[in-house]
Design a protein around this ligand. Structure first.
Ligand code: CUA
Length: 494
C-alpha cells in the first residue's frame, strides 16, 4: 500500500482507537523527522485532541489514505522536494472535498515555523494558529496567513478606492504642472514664422512632461503615504507575479506616442525649412568671437543683422575658425556654423515682428564665447530700404574712417581695444611705431610691414603674453586696399 502508518496519538496517548471528535491529521512528507516535529508541536497542546493518522509522500498515497484513514487535515512538508505541494493544494484545497491542507515548514531549533505562504511565525503565533486548527465546528476558520481566504468584495472595493484617489491626485498634478510649464514663460516672444511649429512641438512636450511627471510622482507619493509600513507590522507585502495585459499596454502606449512624435516632428521640420521663392540672401560668418553679416545683393558687410519684416531670409552660415552656433531665441531656429568651404549650412528665418533681438553663439568656442553677440534689427521694408541706402552711400575719402569701418565689419574690435584696455589681443592704442617684445624672445617694431604680416599670416610673430588665437582665414577676406585703410586707422590711434 505504501502508506506508512505512523499512528501516533500524541495529544492524549490514551486512545488507540480514535474517538469521533479527534482531529485526524495526515502528514505529507518523505522525512519521518518532519512527522516527529509536527507531532511534538501538537503534543504540547493535549487539549487539541489530535491524532496523526498517517504519512504519505505522493498524491496517490494521499488518495489511498483519504479512503482508508479519513483524515480531516493534511499538513504538507513545504521543504520536501519529493512532495508536490502544488498538486496537494490543487487537489484538496481547490478540488474535491472540504479537506484542509496546510503547507508547513519547520525550521531548525523549533522556535519558528513557516506556514503556507512562507510567512515566518513566532512560537507564540504558532500556538494561536494551532488553536485555529483544532476548531472543527462549521466552516474552516480562515487561516491568518492565507491571503486567498480574505473576502473578495471588500478587497476589490478597496482597490477601487485607491485607484480613484490616486487618479485624482495624478489629475490635479497634471493640470498644475502643465499650468506652470505654460505660464512661467519658458519661451520668449515668437518673432519668426518658424517659431510657430516649434512652439507647437514644445506644447506637446509640455503635455507629455506634465503627464509623465504627475504619473510617476503622484503614484509614488500616494504609495509612500498610504501604503507605508504601520508600527508593529512585520508582514511581507503580497507577492505579485506580473501582468501581461499591463505590460502590453505600457509598451504599446509609449511606442505609439513616440511614433506620433516622430511624425509630428518631421511635419514641423518641413514647415520650418519651407522655402520662399525669393528670399533675401545673407551670408553669416562666425569668427572667434564676432559675427559678420554680408548682403551679396547690396554689397553690404555689417556687424549688425538687419532684416526686413515678413520677408524670408536665407542664411548661408560659415565659420572662419571653429564651430559656432547661430541662435536668436525669438526666432527659435538654430544652426551650427562649421569651418571649411564645403561645410556651408543654410537656415531660413522669416521675421514677423519688428523689433530688436540678439544673436548669440550657442556653441562653446573659446575664451570669449560668452561675448559672441550681435544685434538683430527687424525693420519695416521702408526702414530696411533706408538702411541699405545709407550703407551703400558714397565711400568716405578718409582712409582712417574707411579703416575703422573695416575693423568693425570684420570683428577685429572683438579682440583689439582702441582705448588701451586689456582684451584677447593687444590694444591698438599707441601701438603703431612702438617696440613690442615677442613670444620667442625677440622684439619687433610695429610698422606697416608687421601689421600686414600679422593679418595675412597670423601666428608667426606673437606679441609676448598673448595666445595665437587670431583667425587664420581673416587675411584672405581683406583686400590690400582694406588693409592699407586698417593700417591708417591703427596709426591714427596715438
Ligand atoms: Cu562662437 Cu561660441
Amino acid at each position: 500500500m505504501g502508506i506508512r502508518n505512523v499512528k501516533t496519538n500524541l495529544s492524549s496517548l490514551t486512545t488507540m482507537n480514535s474517538s469521533p471528535d479527534q482531529l485526524r491529521v495526515l502528514i505529507a512528507s518523505s522525512h519521518p523527522l518532519f512527522a516527529q516535529g509536527i507531532s511534538s508541536l501538537l503534543e504540547k497542546r493535549p487539549e487539541m485532541d489530535t491524532e496523526v493518522v498517517g504519512m504519505v509522500s505522493t498524491i496517490d498515497e494521499a488518495m489511498d489514505a483519504l479512503k482508508n484513514l479519513h483524515p480531516d487535515l493534511v499538513i504538507v512538508d513545504y521543504d520536501d522536494d519529493q512532495v508536490n505541494r502544488e498538486e496537494f493544494l490543487a487537489r484538496f484545497v481547490e478540488g474535491e472535498g472540504r479537506l484542509r491542507v496546510v503547507l508547513f515548514s519547520l525550521k531548525e531549533g523549533g522556535d519558528e515555523a513557516i506556514v503556507y505562504d512562507r510567512r515566518t511565525m513566532a512560537a507564540s503565533q504558532i500556538e494561536d494558529w494551532l488553536d485555529g486548527l483544532s476548531q472543527r465546528t462549521g466552516e474552516p476558520e480562515p487561516l491568518p496567513v492565507e491571503p486567498d481566504e480574505t473576502p473578495e468584495q471588500p478587497k476589490r472595493r478597496d482597490s477601487m478606492r485607491h485607484l480613484i484617489l490616486a487618479g485624482l491626485l495624478v489629475a490635479v498634478l497634471i493640470v498644475g504642472s502643465y499650468f506652470l510649464l505654460t505660464t512661467i514663460e519658458l519661451l520668449p516672444e515668437q518673432a519668426s514664422l518658424q517659431a510657430k511649429p516649434i512652439d507647437d512641438l514644445f506644447r506637446l512636450d509640455f503635455i507629455a512632461i506634465a503627464v509623465l511627471f504627475s504619473l510617476i510622482i503622484g503614484l509614488m507619493v500616494y504609495s509612500i503615504v498610504v501604503f507605508r509600513r504601520r508600527k508593529g507590522d512585520e508582514t511581507d507585502g503580497p507577492h505579485i507575479e506580473g501582468n501581461s495585459r499591463l505590460e502590453v499596454v505600457w509598451t504599446l502606449v509609449p511606442l505609439l506616442f513616440v511614433l506620433f512624435l516622430a511624425y509630428y516632428g518631421s511635419v514641423a521640420l518641413g514647415k520650418t525649412t519651407a522655402a520662399d521663392p525669393q528670399p533675401l540672401r545673407m551670408d553669416v560668418i562666425g569668427t572667434q568671437w564676432s559675427w559678420r553679416f554680408e548682403y551679396p545683393a547690396y554689397g553690404i558687410i555689417s556687424t549688425e543683422m538687419v532684416m526686413p519684416v515678413n520677408k524670408q531670409a536665407l542664411l548661408n552660415l560659415s565659420s572662419t575658425d571653429v564651430i559656432h552656433s547661430f541662435w536668436v531665441p525669438e526666432f527659435r531656429v538654430k544652426q551650427d556654423l562649421l569651418p571649411g568651404e564645403d561645410f556651408e549650412r543654410e537656415l531660413r528665418v522669416t521675421p514677423i515682428e519688428v523689433g530688436e533681438y540678439k544673436v548669440r553663439c550657442a556653441e562653446l568656442c573659446g575664451r570669449n564665447h560668452y561675448d559672441m553677440l550681435a544685434p538683430v534689427k527687424v525693420l519695416s521694408q521702408a526702414d530696411f530700404d533706408a538702411w541699405v541706402e545709407a550703407q551703400t552711400g558714397p565711400v568716405s575719402d578718409d582712409p582712417v574712417l574707411r579703416g575703422q569701418a573695416v575693423t568693425q565689419q570684420y570683428g577685429c574690435l572683438a579682440c583689439h581695444s582702441t582705448d588701451g584696455s586689456e582684451m584677447a589681443g593687444p590694444t591698438w592704442l599707441g601701438v603703431y611705431g612702438s617696440q613690442e617684445a615677442l613670444n620667442d624672445g625677440t622684439s619687433v617694431t610695429v610698422d606697416r610691414e608687421y601689421i600686414i604680416k600679422s593679418i595675412r599670416e597670423p601666428g608667426i610673430q606673437i606679441v609676448a603674453g598673448f595666445q595665437n588665437i587670431m583667425p587664420a582665414g581673416i587675411g584672405a577676406d581683406l583686400t590690400d586696399e582694406q588693409i592699407e585703410d586698417v593700417i591708417a586707422f591703427i596709426e591714427s590711434l596715438q
